[in-house]
Ligand binder design. Structure first.
Ligand SMILES: NC(=O)c1ccc[n+]([C@@H]2O[C@H](COP(=O)([O-])OP(=O)(O)OC[C@H]3O[C@@H](n4cnc5c(N)ncnc54)[C@H](OP(=O)(O)O)[C@@H]3O)[C@@H](O)[C@H]2O)c1
Length: 221
């Protein structure tokens, strides 16, 4: 059982992250801009970590859910959007794992869950959002490498690849367009992800690491 405050949900103020934070209630610490932590700023991440560590000790689990979505063909993507997509999806992951995971290694215990997107590991054209999927492919690669790096310390690292998950801030027009390609016939809900996170954080998942697990209702993208 994760002790109070020692499940760190980076990006837990809304959407999927909030559903995870809510499910684990007072065992969770949330980092989001709206809670005063900009995860794109390494100094802010280090300060937030020092405060968390002082209050609760090293996190038992890191669930990183940040990842803005930009839908545009590659040739229509401007420099700002390109940089922003990598900052949001990749740099925040890098800052979080570099800051938090060493404390897990020191304690020889930990769980890391990252978020990609369904299809990001298929290595084919992703016409809807090529920069976003390139960034998510980078997250998958970082996750797999980290998994191998920290497995000897008893830490697991896995990547969840959601399909179309509906919540108050999701991209409703894009999701409505894609819905006919979901064999299950409905959009996913944040709670469809929470059960998998619960499993990956449990002792039963101790031998599951370096995996990309898709939760998309069978999406044919
Ligand atoms: N929803 C979907 O259909 C879907 C599909 C495929 C993949 N995914 C992936 O699944 C993950 C969760 O998706 P979601 O839809 O729940 O995301 P979301 O609604 O965009 O929520 C992202 C969270 O990250 C926080 N955040 C964003 N930038 C931040 C920053 N610089 N520093 C600190 N916090 C920051 C936001 O809070 P603040 O604004 O308060 O900072 C918010 O809590 C993402 O990685 C997304 O790419 C989602």
């Amino acid at each position: 059982m994760i002790p109070q405050g020692r499940l760190l949900v980076v990006g837990g103020s809304r959407g999927i992250g909030r559903a995870i934070a809510t499910a684990f209630a007072d065992r969770t610490t949330v980092w989001a801009r709206s809670t005063g932590v900009d995860a794109a700023d390494p100094a802010a991440v280090r300060t937030a970590f020092a405060s968390l560590h002082e209050r609760h000790g090293a996190p038992w689990a890191l669930v990183h859910t940040i990842g803005d979505f930009a839908e545009a063909p590659l040739l229509d993507t401007d420099e700002h959007t390109f940089t922003q997509q990598f900052t949001s999806n990749v740099h925040t992951v890098f800052h979080a794992i570099q800051t938090v995971v060493p404390s897990m290694v020191a304690e020889r215990r930990g769980r890391v869950v990252l978020f990609a997107a369904a299809g990001a590991d298929r290595q084919r054209a992703m016409l809807r959002a090529p920069v976003y999927f390139a960034a998510k492919a980078a997250v998958i690669q970082l996750g797999r490498s980290l998994a191998a790096e920290v497995a000897p310390a008893g830490i697991t690292v896995n990547v969840i690849a959601p399909g179309l998950i509906d919540h108050e801030h999701s991209h409703h027009a894009s999701q409505a367009r894609m819905l006919p390609r979901v064999p299950c016939g409905r959009l996913g809900q944040p709670d469809d992800i929470v059960g998998l996170v619960r499993y990956l954080l449990s002792e039963e998942a101790d031998y599951v690491t370096g995996q990309v697990i898709t939760v998309d209702g069978g999406l044919q993208a």
